[in-house]
Design a protein around this ligand. Structure first.
Ligand SMILES: C[S@@+](CC[C@H](N)C(=O)[O-])C[C@H]1O[C@@H](n2cnc3c(N)ncnc32)[C@H](O)[C@@H]1O
Length: 290
């Protein structure tokens, strides 16, 4: 796989674009753009960079965690594409970086189709830029906490030729469900998960409740406070039991739910946690409906 690089070819820096993002967020940081900054991207504003700076001060591992999460996503997509899945639904897809879902999947099979969904207009604009000339992929603005609306959109004429949920589909929730409260998360995941036909898959990566083993409670509290105050986002940690439950009756493929750097590490460049004293505080797994 190519390394994750600082600049995504084909995407102009956000300062050169006219987007509605500043208007819709009132100039606040957003999770998508902070994450883009952590990955070395250019689709971010001053508020995002300031939030990222505060985050890195509280949790210096934050950039490694983001890179590790992207590498896991790429390994999971490659695995599922090689297993023959032809359509991917990436919910909370983020701002494109190197090695996006369609690039990894289409390197296996150029006919693979991808729908990207994100709530952040900057992510959607940037995704559509890199999808120009790629007729089997689309990016739309949408809220994955409203699976009813996601399903309506998939059934609409714009997307119905891209994803047909009657066919095996891979649904990705990568580094997104930690932004959903405990009393909502089942209602967010179950409606789409339970529609998946045999041969389908679901991928989850998620901050683990064991995170304080890596960097302590006060760093965690500060990091969460940055997201709360700068990006109006609450971060919820989950135990292995809670994360496994999100897969419902899907069967986890080897090696199960593990720190991201333990999930088939041989399939990508080395994870930043490969040589760290503690494993990644982010867990990931891939579930299949048989
Ligand atoms: C930490 S980033 C992860 C991006 C990507 N999935 C990855 O693994 O690299 C979280 C993404 O979820 C998006 N997001 C947050 N809440 C959302 C929602 N309710 N609906 C759609 N996207 C959402 C954010 O805009 C952001 O792009």
């Amino acid at each position: 796989m190519p390394p994750i690089a600082v600049r995504t070819s084909g995407v102009r820096p956000v300062t050169e674009q006219r987007t509605s993002a500043q208007g819709t967020t009132g100039g606040r940081a957003t999770v998508a753009r902070v994450y883009d900054f952590l990955l070395g991207g250019e689709q971010n504003f001053a508020a995002d960079r300031e939030a990222a700076r505060q985050l890195l001060q509280a949790v210096p591992e934050a950039a490694d965690m983001a890179l590790s999460a992207r590498l896991f996503l790429r390994r999971a997509v490659q695995t599922l594409a090689e297993d023959g899945i032809k359509q991917f639904l990436d919910l909370g897809s983020g701002i494109p970086t190197q090695g996006n879902v369609h690039e990894i999947a289409q390197a296996v099979d150029p006919a693979i189709r991808v729908v990207y969904v994100d709530i952040d207009p900057v992510a959607v604009v940037a995704s559509n830029q890199i999808l120009i000339g790629n007729p089997t992929c689309r990016a739309i603005e949408g809220d994955f906490t409203r699976p009813d609306l996601i399903l309506d959109a998939l059934a609409g004429s714009h997307l119905s030729t891209v994803i047909d949920l009657e066919q095996p589909t891979a649904v990705l929730y990568c580094s997104v469900l930690q932004q959903v409260a405990d009393d909502q998360v089942d209602d967010v995941v179950a409606p789409i998960r339970d529609l998946l036909v045999p041969g389908s898959a679901m991928v989850i990566s998620h901050l683990s409740a064991t995170i304080t083993d890596s960097f302590g409670q006060s760093a965690l509290d500060e990091g969460r406070s940055v997201y709360r105050t700068q990006a109006a986002t609450e971060i919820t940690l989950r135990t292995d039991e809670q994360l496994t439950a999100l897969f419902g009756d899907l069967a986890l493929i080897e090696p199960g739910l593990v720190p991201l750097n333990h999930w088939r590490p041989e399939l990508s460049e080395p994870d930043p946690y490969a040589t760290a004293p503690t494993p990644s505080p982010v867990r990931g797994a891939v579930g299949i409906r048989y």
